[in-house]
Design a protein around this ligand. Structure first.
Ligand code: MN
Ligand code: MN
Length: 314
């Protein structure tokens, strides 16, 4: 039995409670393949706050999206994949470590029931909690990270180990990320220290900077991502600051000189052969978004592309 979204040819988009892509709200996890989970926490933000409002904003704009993906042989994503909107995690605003524990618990409930969790963050620290829950089932994960920053710093503000700048160092230390099958894509901009990029290489990650990405070309990069993860259980984490702030101004930590909306979607649509076991889109900050909510719309579209990638999983 398929679980279909409300058809916007029958019922106007402005009617009803805005779940992600107008999917049904999950009343039970039985029979589902994947679930959308809002993760409204920004307690790990070293700069702007406001990403706690992202799940609302992204859902609101996601009602624009339609179920068929013409970039993957016209697949109807929700005929192939039974997806529901599982609502939001509970979090404790201002309490980072406690919030991570609650997020992990919510994600674990989905993963243990056999679902692929699809998170809408939240600042990037929430991904550590998701990875903990997903790795508990699948083992050490291949991470595919789209981000203008590495998020592999060690400590912030006199010893704080948990922040949006540290999850992908903590994840390696906790053995829930296998860095030798992981790849960070899109790094650019000014640095704190000369070692900001080499610190990721030292941990074992492959790093493809924004400049590398254009030199290489998207087709080659998409093939490289599949090759690097080599069929292992993979988690895609998409930080919206990967995209140029002209197209995605509403983020927590903007970084100039990134790909356009079109280029970003082109790259995602070229990705193939990923054994996706979890994904998220993070760092949307609706407080800084444009009047057309362009960041929230693009974040919703990125998630829709990840669902299409999941639907075509071998
Ligand atoms: Mn990040
Ligand atoms: Mn970032």
């Amino acid at each position: 039995m398929s679980v279909l979204p409300v058809n916007s040819l029958d019922t106007p988009r402005f009617c009803g409670i805005p779940t992600f892509m107008r999917l049904p709200q999950a009343t039970s996890l039985e029979g589902l393949d994947a679930a959308i989970l809002g993760i409204p926490s920004d307690s790990g933000a070293p700069f702007r706050t406001g990403a706690r409002m992202a799940p609302h904003a992204v859902r609101q704009m996601s009602i624009m999206l339609r179920p068929i993906n013409p970039y993957r042989d016209n697949i109807n994503v929700f005929e192939k994949l039974r997806v529901a909107d599982a609502g939001d995690c509970s979090v404790i605003p201002g309490y980072e470590i406690e919030s991570l524990a609650r997020i992990e618990e919510s994600v674990a409930a989905l993963v243990q029931a056999g679902l692929v969790p699809c998170g809408i963050g939240g600042d990037h620290s929430v991904t550590l909690a998701e990875l903990r829950a997903v790795a508990a089932k699948h083992g050490s994960l291949a991470l595919i990270q789209f981000d203008s920053h590495s998020d592999t710093w060690d400590k912030y503000f006199g010893g704080q180990r948990y922040s949006a700048g540290t999850p992908f160092r903590r994840g390696v230390e906790e053995n829930i990320i296998d860095p030798h099958h992981s790849i960070q894509i899109g790094l650019r901009g000014s640095l704190f220290r000369e070692s900001d990029i080499s610190q990721s290489l030292d941990l074992g990650y492959e790093v493809v900077t924004t400049d590398d990405m254009y030199e290489m070309g998207f087709a080659k990069l998409a093939a490289r991502i599949a090759e690097r993860t080599a069929g292992r259980p993979a988690f895609v984490t998409f930080d919206m600051d990967f995209i140029d702030p002209a197209y995605a101004p509403g983020v927590q930590t903007p970084e100039c000189g990134g790909p356009s909306a079109r280029e970003t979607l082109q790259l995602l649509r070229m990705m193939r052969d990923i054994n996706l076991v979890g994904c998220d889109v993070v760092e949307v900050n609706p407080m800084y978004d444009g009047s057309g909510q362009i960041t929230a719309l693009l974040a919703a579209t990125v998630m829709a592309e990840l669902l299409a990638l999941l639907a075509t999983r071998a």
